[in-house]
Design a protein around this ligand. Structure first.
Ligand SMILES: CC(C)(COP(=O)(O)OP(=O)(O)OC[C@H]1O[C@@H](n2cnc3c(N)ncnc32)[C@H](O)[C@@H]1OP(=O)(O)O)[C@@H](O)C(=O)NCCC(=O)NCCS
Length: 186
């Protein structure tokens, strides 16, 4: 079992590489952080380059979630050799996947998975591929289950979590809005 809450090395999947962010990812991130369709159901605003740089600075090099409540966010790189229409002539960051530790005052089994993918890379199974890798890592860490929290109108995310084997597990209120919680054993 790898050490809990630490990503020792990049995680390779069939088409992707999940790895810590770099400052040079800024333009790839801007492409989807500035897209209103991508952030529609996310708790972030549409971002300009300055805002992306500011948030990126916090994520750069991040490999662990040290304390309860911490987020660990990895860049999802689509490898140049991937069989996918969005693959470019270089490895490109097409999304982010994250895992959030339960907060100090939350039940310990509220480890949460989250994901965002650039719009030109939707619909090709890439979010599912990244999420499965992240769930595998959480299982290696010895976690028993994970949750995903989805806005009711977010059809893409609902379909995705269902395909990943998550099942409905009540609701959560965030910023005054009722969201759907899903849970999966690891
Ligand atoms: C949700 C999201 C991550 C899905 O990414 P993706 O790479 O397209 O997902 P996948 O290709 O692995 O799709 C999984 C399933 O969801 C379906 N799906 C994806 N987007 C969909 C949409 N907008 N409407 C309906 N179904 C959708 C896919 O067709 C697939 O099902 P299928 O194989 O039965 O056809 C992506 O749309 C996204 O980044 N959205 C904005 C950010 C966001 O809302 N994140 C989730 C927060 S909880």
């Amino acid at each position: 079992m790898s050490a809990q809450w630490v990503v020792e090395q990049p995680i390779e999947t069939e088409r992707l590489r999940l790895r810590p962010h770099r400052m040079s990812d800024v333009d790839d991130l801007l492409r989807f952080h500035s897209d209103p369709e991508v952030v529609r159901y996310l708790p972030w605003p549409v971002r300009d380059r300055a805002a992306v740089l500011e948030t990126l600075a916090v994520k750069v090099g991040q490999r662990r979630a040290e304390r309860p409540g911490d987020w660990l966010v990895l860049a999802i790189e689509l490898r140049a050799d991937a069989q996918h229409p969005a693959a470019a002539d270089r490895d490109r960051v097409i999304g982010e996947v994250l895992i959030k530790r339960a907060g100090e005052h939350e039940p310990a089994d509220e480890t949460e998975l989250g994901f965002a993918i650039a719009r030109d890379a939707w619909g090709g199974g890439l979010a599912g591929e990244a999420a499965r890798a992240m769930l595998g890592l959480a299982a290696d860490w010895g976690l028993d289950s994970a949750v995903a929290v989805v806005a009711p109108g977010n059809e893409g995310s609902r379909r995705l979590v269902a395909k990943l084997g998550f099942e409905p597990d009540g609701t959560v209120v965030r910023r005054g809005v009722d969201l759907l919680r899903f849970r999966r054993e690891l």
